[in-house]
Design a binder for this molecule. Structure first.
Ligand SMILES: CCCCCCc1ccc(S(N)(=O)=O)cc1
Ligand SMILES: [Zn+2]
Length: 264
């Protein structure tokens, strides 16, 4: 929101970058921050993860709308029937929203997690909250409150499943713009066919940076076209020099602080 004194319009402050977040959110320098660089040789295969496979049961009428949050697009989901369980999770979690992080036009950086230092042009986050809590607001800052599935986007052929969503970005150019999703949509179409993943305990990658996320990062990227990656830039946001294309909305990898990354 912008402050206004009658004739004088004071623009709302431009959001600060990741290297300043610690000033307002000291947890930014915490012990379980995200994202991280996943060093595959240090990841430990845990048979327990495959003995109790990650179960993803989304419905195809759960997506309600797409919003420009001013930091990403966000597909808002009503929790009806969109649950994950198993794998690293001791409880059932419900999907509440999904969004993404990406880099500059045509670049290869943009993902938040990296794999042996390799970045992808974008990373999708499917955000779920633990059903042991009464709502997402109660879950959001608890150590086992959230589970986020990360899916790397690589540049290649068009992703038919992502197209209905990427086509909507042009309709929500500005912060708080919102468009309803009138068609049936199953977010599971955004997951790679091979369901192998790395998992570790981390945090939200944007303020308030709560250390409340069990991360499940899919090993295989999904391909989206250069045009679909470019469509992400139909979303606009405030830059120091005024309104501009939303890009580079990713936090770089944070210190591992001795955490174990497990692997299927
Ligand atoms: C008190 C409200 C907090 C809303 C938390 C919103 C949020 C959800 C997921 C992620 S991410 N990028 O780690 O998936 C970041 C932020
Ligand atoms: Zn995210």
């Amino acid at each position: 929101e912008s402050l206004s004194f009658g004739f004088l319009q004071v623009a709302s402050p431009v959001p600060q970058g990741p290297n300043k977040w610690h000033e307002q959110f000291p947890i930014a320098k915490g012990q379980r921050q995200s994202p991280i660089d996943i060093v595959t040789s240090n990841a430990k295969v845990d048979k327990a993860l495959s003995d109790n496979p990650l179960k993803v049961s989304y419905s195809n009428n759960c997506c309600q709308s797409v919003t420009n949050t001013g930091a990403s697009f966000q597909v808002v989901v009503d929790g009806a029937g969109t649950e994950i369980s198993g794998g690293p999770l001791d409880s059932t979690y419900k999907l509440v929203q999904f969004h993404a992080h990406w880099g500059p036009l045509g670049g290869d950086e943009g993902s938040e997690h990296t794999v042996d230092g390799v970045t992808y042009p974008a990373e999708l986050h499917l955000v779920h909250w633990n059903q042991k809590y009464k709502d997402v607001g109660e879950a959001v800052d608890k150590p086992d409150g959230l589970a986020v599935i990360g899916v790397f986007f690589s540049r290649g052929k068009e992703h038919a499943g992502f197209k209905p969503i990427s086509d909507l970005f042009a309709k929500v150019p500005r912060k708080a713009d919102k468009v309803d999703i009138s068609f049936n949509y199953d977010p599971a179409c955004l997951l790679p066919a091979r369901r192998d993943y790395w998992t570790y305990l981390g945090s939200l990658t944007t303020p308030p940076l709560f250390e409340s996320v069990t991360w499940i990062v899919m090993k295989d990227p999904v391909e989206v076209s250069a045009e679909q990656l470019a469509a992400l830039r139909n979303l606009l946001w405030e830059t120091p020099s005024g309104e501009g294309q939303m890009c580079n909305n990713y936090r770089p990898p944070q210190p591992l602080q001795g955490r174990l990354v497990r692997s299927t």
